[in-house]
Design a protein around this ligand. Structure first.
Ligand code: F3S
Length: 389
C-alpha cells in the first residue's frame, strides 16, 4: 500500500507512540485487504463506547492512548444517559466506569454525541469517504446517503479518526458496491410501516449474510430505510443495500442484475415475524429516533399515560431541537433518553419481556438484555404501553 511521506513519518514514530500504533492498524488492514492507497475521510464514528460492551479491557486500552482525532468524530451510544443515569436505574458502580470511558474519549477529542445516527447532527455527503463503525450507521451512510465506508471495528475507526485517512478497499471502491442478490418483495395488502421494514430486514439479513441486496417492489421513506438497513446489519452483515429507484446509487450506476440469485419475500413472511409475548416494557428508537419519529410518538401519546415503562431513545442534538415533542412524550410518563439505547445499556436487563418496533432490537435484545423481544408497530407499542391492547 502506498504511503506518502507524512504517513511514513507517523509509522516511524516521529509523531508519538499512539499515532504510530494507529497507523500500524491502518497499514495492517490495508495489507490484509489488498488496499493500494489510503483515502482521506470526512468523519469517523467510533463504536465500543458502552462499558457494558467494552468492559475493563476496553477502558484500559482507551486510557492508554495519547493523541487526538484530526477529523470530526462522534462516539456510539454509551451504557447510560449522561445526565439521567440514576433515573434509569443504573448502578453507581457502572456509572463510575462508564464515566471513565467517556472521559477517555473526550481526552481524544471525540464529540460526546453518543449516537448511532450522527447523520441527523452533521451533514454527510454523497461520495464522501468515512470510517464509521456502528453497523446501522454504516448501512445508512452507504445505502441511503451514498457515502463510502467499510464496517469498521472500534479500534480501526479510532485509528482512522486520528490519522484522518483509511485504507481504500471494500466499499470505498465503486466496483465493490454492485448488487449481489435481488430481493423481490411483494407486500400484497400489507401496509408497510417502520416496524414492517425492520421485520423485512430481520428476515433478509439472515438469508443474504454479507452480500449486497438489491430490493424491488418497495418504496420506503428515509426512516423506513433506516429500519431496514439496521435489521439487515444485525441478522446478517449487510453494510450496503440498494432499493430500486429509491437509494441514490440506483440512479447513478447502471447496475446489472441478470444472473443474480433472486429471493422472493411475501407480505405473509413479514407478518410472521410479529409474535405475541408477555411484555414488561416498551422501547423504541433503535436506531435513535429521527425528528419525524419523535413527532409521531408525541402524537400517539398525547393525552395518554403509560402503564408500562416506555423508553424512547434519540440523539441529544435531536432532542434539544425538538424539546416540545420530548415534553409531550414525557408528560405521558414515557422517558426520552439520549446517549444510550435498549441494547447497550444495562438499564433494561431487569425486564422479562420487551416490546420494540425495530428489527435490529428484535435481534439483539434477547442476548443483550436477557429477555425475549416482540416486534410491533409504533401504534401497537403505544397501545400496549398505555394498556389499550
Ligand atoms: Fe443504535 Fe443501539 Fe440500535 S446503538 S442501532 S439504538 S442497538
Amino acid at each position: 500500500m502506498y504511503l506518502d511521506r507524512a504517513d511514513e513519518r507517523i509509522l516511524a514514530g516521529e509523531e508519538g507512540e499512539t499515532r504510530r500504533k494507529m497507523m500500524e492498524i491502518l497499514v495492517a488492514l490495508g495489507k490484509v485487504f489488498g488496499a493500494e492507497e489510503m483515502v482521506p475521510i470526512a468523519s469517523a464514528q467510533v463504536s465500543g463506547a458502552s462499558y457494558k460492551t467494552i468492559g475493563e479491557y476496553g477502558l484500559e486500552w482507551l486510557s492508554g492512548l495519547d493523541a487526538r482525532v484530526v477529523v470530526p468524530s462522534v462516539v456510539n451510544p454509551i451504557g447510560m444517559p449522561l445526565d439521567r443515569w440514576r433515573e434509569m436505574g443504573i448502578s453507581a458502580d457502572f456509572a463510575e466506569k462508564q464515566l471513565k470511558v467517556v472521559a477517555a474519549y473526550e481526552r481524544l477529542g471525540i464529540k460526546l454525541d453518543c449516537t448511532c445516527t450522527p447523520y441527523y447532527l452533521y451533514t454527510t455527503q454523497y461520495g464522501e469517504h468515512l470510517a464509521w463503525s456502528e453497523s446501522s450507521a454504516v448501512s445508512y451512510a452507504n445505502s441511503v446517503i451514498g457515502a463510502r465506508t467499510n464496517r469498521e471495528g472500534g479500534p480501526s475507526a479510532l485509528a482512522a479518526a486520528m490519522i484522518g485517512k483509511t485504507p481504500s478497499y471494500g466499499l470505498h471502491l465503486v466496483k465493490n458496491r454492485r448488487p449481489q442478490v435481488v430481493i423481490d418483495v411483494k407486500p400484497g395488502d400489507l401496509e408497510m410501516g417502520i416496524a414492517h421494514y425492520g421485520a423485512l430486514g430481520y428476515l433478509v439479513g439472515k438469508k443474504v449474510g454479507n452480500r449486497i441486496p438489491f430490493f424491488r417492489g418497495i418504496r420506503p421513506n428515509r426512516d423506513q430505510l433506516k429500519a431496514l438497513g439496521a435489521a439487515m446489519a444485525a441478522t446478517g452483515a449487510v453494510a450496503l443495500y440498494h432499493v430500486d429507484k429509491i437509494t441514490p446509487e440506483t440512479r447513478v450506476f447502471p447496475f446489472e442484475l441478470s444472473g443474480l440469485e433472486t429471493i422472493p419475500v411475501e407480505g405473509s413472511d413479514i407478518r410472521d415475524q410479529f409474535h405475541d409475548i408477555q411484555v414488561e416494557a416498551v422501547a423504541v428508537g433503535c436506531p435513535h429516533c429521527s425528528p419525524e419519529e419523535l413527532e409521531r410518538i408525541a402524537q400517539l401519546l398525547t393525552g395518554k399515560s403509560v402503564k408500562l415503562p416506555f423508553y424512547v431513545f434519540a440523539a441529544k442534538g435531536v432532542m434539544e431541537k425538538n424539546q416540545p415533542l420530548v415534553a409531550i412524550i414525557e408528560k405521558s410518563g414515557a422517558r426520552v433518553y439520549a446517549d444510550t439505547c435498549m441494547v447497550v445499556s444495562p438499564g433494561l436487563e431487569k425486564f422479562k419481556g420487551i416490546m420494540v418496533n425495530s428489527g435490529k432490537a428484535l435481534a439483539y435484545v434477547p442476548d443483550m438484555c436477557g429477555a425475549p423481544a416482540r416486534i410491533g408497530t409504533l401504534e401497537e407499542c403505544v397501545a400496549v404501553a398505555t394498556g389499550q391492547a
